[in-house]
Design a binder for this molecule. Sequence first.
Ligand code: OAD
Length: 250
Amino acid sequence: MVFDEKLLDCISQARHVVVFTGAGVSAESGIPTFRDAQTGLWTEYDAATLASPEGFRADPALVWGWYEWRRMKVLQAKPNPAHLTIAELAEKVPRLTLVTQNVDDLHERAGSDNPIHLHGCLHRPRCFACAKPFDYPPGIPEEPEGGRRLEPPRCVHCGGYIRPGVVWFGESLPEEAWNAAQQAAQHCDLLFSIGTSSLVWPAAQLPETAARNGAAIVQINPEPTALDRTARFNLRGKAGDILPALLEAL
Ligand code: OAD
């Protein structure tokens, strides 16, 4: 794979790199994305039913079962070369902030320290009523088939239903995570946008903010996206192919 010398210079000279990832970075680990034709979760399942507080109120068992099915898929998955290269890149640049929209823990398992999870985490459920965190009981978890109902556990503090620890449509992003991500986007000199359709706001605002503040935007995605016009470098292909080759070329 041959890369533009200007891109390689840009990366070598960067003092603060932001890596902003979406579902595409975990696709090669076997975790389905949301909007890819045929394979995307939102082509098969209804986002309003499964990803909103109203949906959970209407049918907690349907929603909890679906997220537990996804959590099991993540527990069975392994980080892929894209996750591993991002962790390695952090050792090679003066400063790297990893911001992810993903609710899996594959960045952490690849060795990235404290990624900023803008959309929460599948492994950190909490009470729908009092928001206290929930600890999964020890042992092998139940494994519902895709879409199979599963009654949510009850909160030990208030008896409320436990809900998935992810951000749903209509909810605000976790404040601390969002502030930290915005700060990083404002002050970085290079931002990689990897495996995201750049359609979900406010997260999709981060590369635009970085570009407005003078950062170079590098996008890695097999498909065109809403960010193509803003990105200085559009690298078309799979993150698991491009990232290791890019690191080697540096
Ligand atoms: P999408 O499903 O919208 O987009 C996934 C992107 O990954 C697409 O642009 C694909 O072309 C690209 N892609 C697929 N395979 C790839 C690969 N191997 N390497 C690189 N790119 C690849 O997922 P997101 O942009 O992450 O929100 O979606 C944003 C948010 O919408 C998610 O966080 C989720 C969803 O509703 C919440 O859960 C709150």
